[in-house]
Design a protein around this ligand. Structure first.
Ligand SMILES: *Cc1c(COP(=O)(O)O)cnc(C)c1O
Length: 330
């Protein structure tokens, strides 16, 4: 299968917000969107999105993972950007009808259908820098994706950045394009300078997350990660792993920790990134102040693999979904 995010289903679900109300959504052929050059999103970045997956089970029907929670997160993002907030039934319905229509195009697990609801401000007004976009377009794009680790599990190397932040404090938990724009420069600089894969942002020593994934430390009996606050994105993968980890007997320690503690703990803890695209991505080394520090012996850990398997078994229909995380479509 082609590279993640480059292949698309031939239809999208789309709806517009005009005159203070949402119109009726429709499924339309995938095509370029005609946009006014003065659209709010082009100038003032009024945009947010979601990312989650649907899996095709042996019965031919698709199962969407944590749909309601992703819809709620998107509503939160939209509200924080003062964009029109889509109703729960509107957005969930757009996703499930598109997935149902595309169910036969979903490749079998570990492949899946990646779903990308996107909301943009379309008000044609370049004088609205300090005003909300009162017109918007909401669409759901669908992309068949293969196994992220088809080439084998490579461990990642992260630069520990203890000065710069990924984004601003008040937009940290908003899934918005501007946050990626803010993380891009520092991440590319770090790749060039240190040969790392990602930057772990730890402003003033507070270990937060990378540009697009949460960060967890895992031992044989404990999972450590930052507690929820406004500074970072509240990942559904993070949340699912913490819930499953607790059931498997791990002590769940949601606590703030410093770079100094991190550097000490990685001699015994596994480290991993978490996010929908790759699930868990083991970290093999950190780079701090020009020095490379291995995470344990640098190889992927057994606890990370075990937790990932438990989560994926639920997504693939091989283990009971006791949390009601899956929505049937198709
Ligand atoms: C989307 C995202 C994540 C991961 O969230 P999941 O719900 O697990 O996919 C983590 N950090 C950032 C900055 C993100 O945008």
């Amino acid at each position: 299968m082609s590279q993640f995010g480059t292949e698309f289903c031939d239809h999208i679900s789309i709806v517009r917000y005009v005159g203070d109300r949402w119109q009726t959504p429709s499924i339309e052929p995938l095509a370029p969107l005609p946009m006014h050059p003065a659209s709010h999103v082009f100038h003032y970045a009024s945009t947010c999105f979601e990312g989650f997956k649907a899996y095709r089970w042996k019965d031919g029907k698709a199962r969407i993972f944590r749909l309601r929670d992703h819809v709620a997160r998107m509503q939160k993002s939209a509200a924080s950007l003062r964009l029109p907030v889509p109703g729960t039934e509107l957005l969930a319905g757009m996703v499930t009808s598109l997935v149902a229509q595309q169910a036969r195009n979903i490749p079998e697990p570990p492949s899946s259908l990646y779903l990308r609801p996107t909301l943009i401000g379309t008000l044609p007004n370049i004088g609205a820098a300090a005003a909300p976009s009162t017109e918007a377009t909401l669409f759901v794009l669908a992309s068949p994706v293969g196994d992220y680790f088809a080439g084998g599990t490579a461990t990642l190397k992260l630069l520990v950045e203890d000065q710069r932040a990924r984004t601003t404090q008040h937009l940290g938990s908003t899934k918005t394009g501007g946050n990626y724009a803010a993380a891009l420069g520092p991440t590319l600089d770090a790749k060039e300078k240190y040969g790392v894969d990602q930057v772990l942002f730890c402003p003033n020593g507070d270990v937060q997350e990378t540009g697009a994934a949460n960060f967890l430390l895992i031992s044989d009996d404990e999972i450590i990660t930052k507690p929820l606050d406004e500074s970072f994105l509240h990942g559904m993968t993070r949340d699912s792993i913490l819930k499953l980890g607790a059931e498997l007997g791990y002590k769940i320690s949601e606590k703030n920790f410093t770079v100094a503690e991190l550097l000490e703990w990685v001699s015994t803890f596994e480290a991993t990134l978490s996010g929908t695209a790759a699930c868990l991505s083991p970290v093999g080394a950190l780079v701090y102040k020009g020095k490379e520090i291995p995470v344990r012996d640098g190889s992927p850990g057994a606890n990370t693999a075990k937790l990932q398997k438990v989560l994926q078994d639920i997504q693939y229909g091989l283990r009971e979904d006791t949390h009601g995380w899956l929505t049937v479509a198709g």
